[in-house]
Design a protein around this ligand. Sequence first.
Ligand code: GRF
Length: 206
Amino acid sequence: MAETDTAPGGKVKSIVVLASGNGSNLQAIIDAIDSGEINARISALITNNPDAYALKRARKQGVPSVLIKPMGFGSRKEYDDALLEVLTRMDPDLIVLAGYMLLLGERIVRKFKGRIINIHPALLPSFKGTHGIRDAFEYGVKITGVTVHFVDEGMDTGEIIAQEAVAVLDDDTLEALEERIHKVEHKLYPHIIAELLDGKLERKGK
Ligand code: GRF
């Protein structure tokens, strides 16, 4: 694992965040580092999307960013090679997917198994995929929520680390539900990241 900055009391651990969009979870992680809830530094934001608002957030906070555009490569393998190379060089303690819209290649997942986590805005294994909040809302469930899980080779299939339920109200709108889910995400994700980095959570297997 990476040994980065030294600080009183030990090594500061390193996180790499992968995000494709708004980056509100990235922001929550940055804020949790600033407040001392997470004892780590973000060594980089990696994105596939040059227009991601997450990039602006990273720049504003002085977090280095790396843009790896799949379109810039001849094949999926070459893209995976590039991403694997960057991650291997950084060798972070934790790879945090926060709205990263691409599946990680198998070699990356294998190499960093147990060190890659994702957040999903529904109670897995229900409502996998890119529209978890909307799909749950349209299905008419009364309870949905947020899941944090380890990443495996599948989509939203890895071992669950934590879940928090969010009730769907009788007069809910999709927008109101989205807002409440994101609020839960922004507390739960930093909390779980802090616990993982502090060694307080164990992998139990599925
Ligand atoms: C979050 O809802 C997360 O659960 C999902 O993608 C969304 C990312 O939002 N995987 P943001 O970019 O962090 O604002």
